[in-house]
Design a protein around this ligand. Structure first.
Ligand SMILES: Cc1ncc(COP(=O)(O)O)c(C=O)c1O
Length: 399
């Protein structure tokens, strides 16, 4: 077990230019192995969600860490093309795109032998891809996104994405494929966000935490049957599926129980940001974070740092602000939180903090950290072993 404390990182960081973002590659590697171990059912692979990484070097480290990692779930057309140019292959667009130029470039990449799979959930998507694929003279592989949410009375448990939210709607859509000769149905994806992305011990959720495990159980029963029926129907129509994709970091244990699922997507588990502290069935290491520097002391136990206000996307809530990490027991103030320029922290612990020392935080989400920094400092064995550019550091800002 690798231990990390305030002194470990402060000694490395305090003389560098701050704020900085870092990836602890020893902890990253441990997460790669621990995530792989969670897949205890044979013949399932893990597709890496690049939105939760946003750094080419880290993506390469993940693929080199364990052969279970195969393929990327990409989050934009331009990102898929960028990854393809960087020699990644088997790239599944996780979300539909409708930009003609991007689709055209992807069809051209397909023609040149690359494997980039577009995501669809409606005939509008099919019509657009068909016209472009025909003009390029290629058969474009696609994947259909099926909705995995569960409707309880008065509550939609899940996220609103695909309109294919019933077996019948999915069947009708699959029947339409005959009209599109330049499209080939190669995969099915269903993202059960309400299992994968919802912790059951997030303090921000209060008493809802008691209800969440129960709703998760009911929901798994509901959508796994639906997924099976849809996959069976596709196969009965003589489509040859390369993959059936499910889940995310928080649903490995349930997604792998479905025999018809061939691969599980994982992204957040590699950096294991703050929101992934709140699951009772797994725990990964905090492999990424950022360091800010103490620049002033407004009073005896308050240490004010320069910068720090890197708030995460999603519904507004206290759990979207960065989480104080080290030294242990350091706290934010309720009045100011993490500020645009100044972040006051309150600390009564045993470390002797001085102006110039660092305070460490973890972003609430995974890849968004990389949108705030041009590079990640790579930390291993008590040393800064170098830096590597984030997407932003390569001049790339996809979403
Ligand atoms: C389509 C899809 N699959 C899987 C995931 C899970 O990724 P993570 O492991 O980062 O939670 C997401 C996250 O939003 C997603 O949108």
């Amino acid at each position: 077990m690798l231990t990390r404390n305030f002194t470990y990182y402060n000694n490395i960081f305090k003389d560098l230019s701050l704020p900085l973002a870092f990836c602890d590659v020893d902890l990253l590697n441990q997460n790669c192995q621990d995530i792989a171990k969670r897949v205890t059912v044979k013949n399932k692979t893990i597709r890496v969600a690049s939105k939760s990484i946003r750094c080419i070097d880290v993506l390469r480290r993940i693929f080199n860490a364990n052969p279970i990692y195969k393929g990327i779930l990409s989050y934009s057309g331009n990102e898929a093309l960028f990854l393809s140019e960087n020699d990644f292959d088997d790239i599944l667009l996780g979300y539909p795109i409708v930009n003609k130029n991007e689709i055209e470039q992807i069809c051209k990449a397909t023609k040149s032998g690359k494997k980039i799979i577009l995501m669809v959930d409606s005939e509008e998507h099919l019509k657009l891809i068909q016209a472009i694929a025909l003009s390029i003279g290629v058969v474009q592989p696609i994947c259909i996104d099926i909705d995995m949410s569960t409707s309880f009375p008065g509550l939609l448990f899940g996220v609103m994405r695909s309109p294919l939210n019933s077996v019948n709607k999915a069947k009708q859509f699959i029947d339409a494929f005959d009209k599109y000769p330049n499209i080939s149905l190669k995969g099915v994806m269903g993202y059960e966000a309400q299992i994968a992305g919802l912790g059951d011990k997030n303090p921000a959720n209060g008493i809802k935490n008691y209800l969440i495990p129960y709703l998760k159980k009911l929901s798994i029963k509901d959508f796994s049957n639906r997924r099976k029926e849809i996959v069976d129907y596709i196969k009965s129509k003589n489509h040859v599926l390369d993959f059936v994709n499910a889940g995310g970091t928080g649903s490995i244990e349930s997604s792998m129980q479905e025999d018809w699922v061939t691969e599980i997507t994982v992204g957040s588990g590699f950096y294991s940001p703050a929101l992934f502290d709140y699951y009772s069935n797994f725990h990964h290491q905090p492999a990424a974070g950022f360091a800010v520097q103490i620049v002033r002391k407004p009073n005896e136990n308050t240490y004010t740092c320069l910068g720090g206000g890197y708030i995460a996307s999603g519904t507004i809530g206290i759990d979207k602000q960065p989480k104080p990490y080290l030294p242990q027991d350091i706290q934010l103030t309720e009045n100011e939180g993490t500020g645009e320029v100044q972040t006051p922290c309150v600390y009564y612990g045993k470390e002797q903090l001085s102006i110039g020392d660092t305070i460490l935080f973890r972003h609430s989400k995974a890849g968004e950290l990389c949108e705030r920094f041009n590079q990640l400092h790579l930390i291993s064995d008590g040393k800064n072993i170098g830096t590597t550019p984030t997407y932003r550091g390569q001049g790339k800002c996809f979403l």
